[in-house]
Design a protein around this ligand. Structure first.
Ligand code: CP
Ligand code: NVA
Length: 318
């Protein structure tokens, strides 16, 4: 349909840039992505999809399963007037049939951007090193930057600001936490992290987060979920065992048992606090049905917002 008015394009130089981790975006650039996402969301709800990427193609290289990331990148490219080309491990033999470097050398001849979901973060880096088109990390074992953008967008939508808010992370010290922490603190959101012993975030990431944190932003690392949620505006959790760690499920279950986000834990958070999860959820493990389906859950709002923040990022980078 005809667009009613021009999109206000934020003045940031993201064209051609890779987003391998959330740290590839500075605070101004993250705010720009969120601002354009808000416009695209509002317009999209009215059925108005500005064709900002007409004729452009995004390759989706996926070694791991996905619902949200696959659906939102494909839908997003369609809305923007472009096309998404989905290549999974079975069809393209990612990294096995040929190296990620050679895949990059081929893809850059045909497409204007690459989103990749892989195990080893080194594969994301290899693509970026050998492709002259932007590479976006659609989840690696190390980071999930698009999820962090969606979480921050959802938080901002809820409270109409980010600075001064507090996130409590309850669960595994994983890829989603790493991106969320590194993105949040840069925008002035404090983070309290409760992870079980042996499953903490690595020291280098915590140190990097400390260096990046906006003035006044606090990072607390504790192993007590109750203390973590005490002052939270958002309580966040994720699966106890990520993709690729399926063999550790039984070993992890007893260690993580007291890190479940349930009604009892939520009762210890401020009354206004909301809850999210990047999804898919293992209901009855890291989060209960009652909480995930309850009035304080914004997990499905965040899933919707994956679409809007990724469209924004693509429109700025491709
Ligand atoms: N949250 C998320 O990335 O979901 P998928 O694994 O379904 O893409
Ligand atoms: N930490 C999870 C996130 C899934 C979206 C994983 O990597 O499997």
């Amino acid at each position: 349909m005809e667009t009613s008015q021009a999109i206000e394009r934020p003045e940031v130089a993201l064209r051609g840039r890779d987003v391998l981790g959330i740290g590839d975006l500075d605070a101004r650039e993250m705010r720009a992505v969120l601002a354009l996402a808000a416009q695209l969301k509002e317009r999209g709800r009215a059925g108005d999809h500005p064709p900002l990427l007409e004729g452009k193609v995004l390759a989706l290289l996926f070694e791991k399963p996905s619902l949200r990331t696959h659906a939102t990148f494909e839908t997003g490219m369609f809305h923007l007037g472009g096309h998404a080309l989905y290549l999974d491990d079975r069809s393209a033999g990612l990294g096995r049939r040929e190296s990620y470097a050679d895949i990059a050398r081929n893809l850059e001849r045909w497409v204007q951007g690459i989103a990749v979901r892989t195990f080893a973060h080194a594969n994301v880096e290899a693509l970026a090193a050998h492709a002259r088109v932007p590479v976006i990390n659609a989840l690696s074992d190390w980071e999930h930057p698009c999820q962090a953008l969606a979480a921050l967008f959802t938080l901002q939508e809820r409270w109409e600001r980010l600075e001064g808010l507090r996130i409590a992370w309850v669960g595994d010290g994983n890829n989603v936490l790493r991106s969320l922490l590194l993105g949040a603190v840069r925008l002035g959101v404090s983070v309290a992290i409760a992870t079980p012993p042996g499953y903490e975030l690595d020291a280098a990431t915590l140190e990097e987060a400390g260096r990046r944190a906006a003035p006044g932003t606090v990072i607390d690392v504790i192993d007590d979920p109750v203390r973590a949620v005490r002052d939270a505006d958002l309580v966040y959790t994720d699966v106890w065992a990520s993709m690729g760690q399926e063999g550790e499920v039984e070993r992890r279950r007893p260690v993580f048992a007291r890190f479940q986000v349930n009604a009892a834990l939520l009762a210890r958070a401020p009354r206004h606090a909301v809850v999210s999860h990047c999804l898919p959820a293992h209901r009855g493990e890291e989060i209960t049905d009652e909480v995930l389906d309850g009035p304080r859950s914004v997990a499905f709002d965040e899933a919707e917002n994956r679409l809007h923040v990724q469209k924004s990022l693509l429109a700025l980078a491709l």
